[in-house]
Design a binder for this molecule. Sequence first.
Ligand code: HEM
Length: 520
Amino acid sequence: SSPRTTINGKKQIRKAPMAAGAWPILGHLHLFGSGELPHKMLAAMAEKYGSAFMMKFGKHTTLVVSDTRIVKECFTTNDTLFANRPSTTAFDLMTYANDSVAFTPYGPYWRELRKISTLKLLSNHRLQAIKDVRASEVNVCFRELYNLCNKQNKNDGADHVLVDMKKWFEEVSNNVVMRVIVGRQNFGSKIVRGEEEAVNYKKVMDELLRLASLSMLSDFAPLLGWLDIFQGNMSAMKRNAKKVDTILEGWLEEHRNKKKKSSSSSSSSSSSSSSSSSGENDQDFMDVMLSIIEETKLSGRDADTVIKATCLAMIMGGTDTTAVSLTWIVSLLMNNRHVLKKAREELDALVGKDRQVEDSDLKNLVYMNAIVKETMRLFPLGALLERETKEDCEVGGFQLQGGSRLLVNVWKLQRDPNVWSDPTEFRPERFLSENADIDVGGQHFELLPFGAGRRVCPGVSFALQFMHLVLARLIHGYELGTQNDEDVDLTESTEGHVNHKASPLDLILTPRLHPKLYEY
Ligand code: HEM
């Protein structure tokens, strides 16, 4: 029934139905202790209450939506109203949230940072400039993979090797992201090898994510805030924040020194015609930020904090997300071998077997592109998108008060049977036929793995280019198998900040090209 009714000619706007079962102070928070995945629980509730209903998360009134039409309204008509993310104590304390593009409230400062992010750091021009650096970091990991096969061959004559691909994807993501953002070379590989700087960083970041995923009761129910203090979470966060800052401070210092050195050497040899060694392709994001900050006054913020906050946002935005996505994609391929076969046929037809896949091939891998979309449809990492409105507004004909939160159930939306045929089936072909015009950039509200509206992920192209390269190299270069040909376990977990595969992904890899092609 329409939420809008007319009584004596007067328009009345109704409130969305409130879910039953709220407790005093905690509201519906107690439901999340059941062990069920939040997006699945909310999807079941939507079956009962409809595609827009209200919940209370402690003190926060929240509108939960899972209907394409309503979501579109939120991210178009109402987009400026919903352009804030709710703050959390954990992110406030440990990620410079107030200065960070990912968390700072919508306003002039966010707009400046966002412009820098999309035009200077993650633009197509910049992505082109970092192409070789990205390839060299990816190659390091592929070389190691091949060496593993060789070692195995020497040990027992077997030409294949069992690899924990979840870990390997983490390694390659860390290699690329850390090189491109803060200039650390082979950083993921160094974590695996146990080198001190890398291991310390990993420990601090793991702790950050662990603390962030602990639900801070005081964020939801201030009256229970003393419990957090009692549990010591807050002081653990403050300690960790110092460690995060020490690491970023060290990198910033190093970048500043390098810049000083190169500007003094370029001024002393300015008459020489030799090309500068610090060309655009050698610049990482921190270098770019340093140059920009010198020219811009970012709403009077502390320059160092802005640089550290931006780099941290990009590192956190780019590492786990790409690694976990790759894990899901390959897991689904293992459980749908006909799709894997077709992907390999596409590669063999386009690239052949006499050379490796190159960046320039990627745009032509239409079927692989469809595989990536279809995986992100079934397993969105951000299964729930959260925003907050400062002002009263109307959503789907329902009234929403200023200060309320919006929770978009992306997982449910992307399995809506009214939009997708056979919604739970893994069928990449749908993106070649009936859904061919739908992409993941946030313009099509039935598919939102990168979010939508003003705060849509600015790293979409970065992520897709990187993931396509790794996938293509892997599928083209190796036969992939599982032990006893078993299916991969697809159990999800929302511990940590993205929706990831709970168990490892152990695969048997067998090189399938001429050995010469593996000399990266
Ligand atoms: C497969 C990989 C990735 C996925 C699935 C992903 C997903 C998302 C999602 C769902 C959001 C929230 C969007 C919204 O609220 O509408 C987001 C925001 C963000 N992402 Fe990504 N992301 C990925 C890769 C990256 C990469 C590679 C970077 C940077 C190098 C990045 C940087 C960011 C930043 C900075 C934000 C906050 C933007 C803002 O608030 O203005 N992400 N991402």
